[in-house]
Ligand binder design. Structure first.
Ligand SMILES: *[C@@H]1O[C@H](CO)[C@@H](O)[C@H](O)[C@H]1NC(C)=O
Ligand SMILES: *[C@@H]1O[C@H](CO)[C@@H](O)[C@H](O)[C@H]1NC(C)=O
Ligand SMILES: *[C@@H]1O[C@H](CO)[C@@H](O)[C@H](O)[C@H]1NC(C)=O
Ligand SMILES: *[C@@H]1O[C@H](CO)[C@@H](O)[C@H](O)[C@H]1NC(C)=O
Length: 502
């Protein structure tokens, strides 16, 4: 009996050692030096603009803000009071209430969402209003562009007539027939666009169901390839953080407009990672409903709906469980990041805590991988997740450090930027580093700043400062990103051109 229990104990110790070994626990000074595979399985237009080149009417994508100035009245269409009542044509300048956010049906057909989130539609009397919150046939319009002047448009209503601005206070859908496109035609408007998104929703819906599958497949197969894993593992990196979107869990038939195939690409990444000894952090970058309203979380029109219902949270947990279960046996699965950059106050701490707890448990059902929890952007307390994370084994807090996206960086010199890294980032990192709390990942950073015309040597110093400081993060760091048409945002370019050496 005594021997048996000793053998049992020994096996437990051996098993634990093997288990620890396979997860890098054997050496507590191990840190990941990772690069993000941004713009691969979750589209971001600024990373690879050419992906959008073949979209017809590519300036009219989901979420693009459009404004219409009546040529006869010389004023902008406006959802009076921001929505909930009539459309008028009496505004001399265009901002929030005068900007309509596109929901694209196809290259010519659109729904128009107003400031308060209703959709432009028709009343039975033919007047144009913004009252419906769920767009249907009455809220679906065709935008007809003048062939030799694309910013001159007419708007065809679902009743077959064109919209016209009859007076400043009366916009109706009852203009019949063709147009000479003259300045005396009340059905003609000058179109301008404001802002817009270039994310996965926009690219897939922009190409539409016939073309998107092939375009996306081609992108996935060429943007990141096996040789990239060889390159990064032979240049001092030991991990990748891979942004994925929630639709990957319903591959090969995700909800429209998303298209299948990204799961196959992720499978490939795991094969290549294993071959080159690279660890993988799966990062849920786009959660259902969008956790921050940006294109990189695949928001349709800038709305942020994630976390507002229990169903939505449960759906997100199911995505995490699906991904963990699929890759649990891979020696490359190192961590699962439950959600990227949830934005306060829309993403409340309460819903996030609920989700993180359930997401953590979903990972633990299948794997002992690290579980990464992204801090909320827009929150003033970088330790707000500690009460939860402190009690969870192998939990990690993710913080993102960019010397960008805040006015305070706009006027900083080279030296001030570098001082900020050595002084202020060190302080910030120390503040979230505790001896028995969660580990810390700096999951995004880049050697780019608001300094104009900096020299190569200055970039090298800036990169080195960040490597010096971020190298002390207890879990490690990940550069944003491997490939990017903007050179400094491409770690591949930075390494090949001698800006960064690891
Ligand atoms: C632990 O990891 C660090 C960094 O990867 C390495 O320099 C060190 O030699 C390792 N120590 C042991 C005992 O393996
Ligand atoms: C535009 O018309 C609406 C509806 O009559 C009116 O309430 C509003 O004050 C007008 N706004 C301007 C700037 O004329
Ligand atoms: C766009 O969608 C509308 C409404 O479903 C349809 O009538 C029209 O034929 C479509 N146009 C194109 C170019 O696909
Ligand atoms: C950086 O930290 C120093 C020292 O704590 C502080 O005086 C300074 O105001 C900080 N700079 C910024 C831009 O926050």
């Amino acid at each position: 009996m005594a021997i048996n229990s000793r053998i049992l104990l020994l096996s437990i110790v051996v098993l634990f050692a093997m288990f620890s070994f396979s997860h890098g626990l054997e050496n507590s000074s191990f840190r990941i030096k990772a690069v993000n595979l941004g713009g691969w399985l979750v589209t971001e237009g600024w990373i690879k603009p050419s992906l959008f080149d073949g979209i017809p009417n590519k300036d009219l994508l989901d979420g693009t803000g459009v404004q219409f100035k009546s040529v006869t009245i010389g004023k902008y269409l406006c959802a009076e009071t921001g929505g909930g009542t009539i459309i008028v044509a009496n505004r001399t300048a265009a901002s929030g209430w005068e900007t309509f956010s596109l929901w694209r049906i196809n290259e010519t057909t659109f729904q128009l969402r107003v400031f308060n989130k209703q959709f432009v539609g028709l009343c039975t009397n033919g007047n144009v209003v913004a009252v419906s919150t769920t767009p249907g046939k009455s809220e679906t319009f065709v935008i007809v562009r003048k062939s030799d002047d694309l910013n001159r448009v007419r708007i065809k209503a679902p009743n077959g007539f064109f919209l016209q601005a009859k007076t400043e206070e009366l916009v109706t859908a009852d203009f019949a027939g063709t147009s000479e496109w003259g300045d005396n035609d009340p059905s003609v408007f000058v179109l301008s666009t404001a802002g817009g998104l270039q994310g996965e929703f926009q690219v897939t819906n922009g190409y539409g169901p016939q073309r998107a599958p092939q375009i996306m497949k081609n992108h996935w197969n060429t943007f990141i390839v096996k040789d990239d894993f060889k390159f990064l593992s032979s240049n001092g990196l030991n991990a990748v953080r891979i942004p994925v979107g929630w639709w990957i869990a319903s591959d090969p038939t995700p909800p429209k407009p998303y298209v299948g195939g990204s799961l196959q690409a992720l499978d490939d990444a795991f094969k290549w990672a294993q071959k080159y000894g690279v660890k993988i952090i799966i990062d849920l970058h786009a959660a259902p409903g969008s956790q921050n309203g940006w294109e990189h979380s695949s928001s349709r029109d800038g709305s942020q709906e994630w976390g507002k219902t229990d169903d939505n949270i449960q759906q997100t947990v199911a995505v995490i469980e699906f991904l963990t279960a699929r890759y649990a046996k891979s020696p490359s699965l190192y961590a699962v990041e439950l959600i990227n950059e949830p934005l306060a106050p829309g993403a409340s701490l309460e819903s996030l805590n609920k989700y993180y707890k359930a997401g953590y448990e979903a990972v633990r059902k299948h794997s002992n991988a690290y579980v990464v929890m992204s801090n909320r952007l827009g929150s003033s307390d970088p330790r707000e997740l500690f009460p939860l994370a402190n009690g969870l084994m192998r939990s990690v807090i993710d913080v993102h450090y960019y010397n960008l996206f805040s006015d305070m960086f706009n006027t900083m010199t080279v030296q001030q930027n570098i001082d900020y890294i050595y002084t202020n980032r060190t302080e910030q990192l120390n503040h979230v580093t505790t001896s028995n709390g969660p580990l810390v990942l700096i999951g995004e950073w880049v050697a780019e700043w608001k300094v104009n015309g900096a020299t190569k040597e200055e970039y090298q110093k800036f990169a080195k400062a960040q490597l010096d400081v971020y190298g002390r993060a207890t879990f490690g760091w990940a550069y944003w990103t491997l490939k990017n048409v903007n050179n400094h945002w491409s770690l591949e370019w930075m390494i090949k051109n001698g800006y960064i050496k690891l």
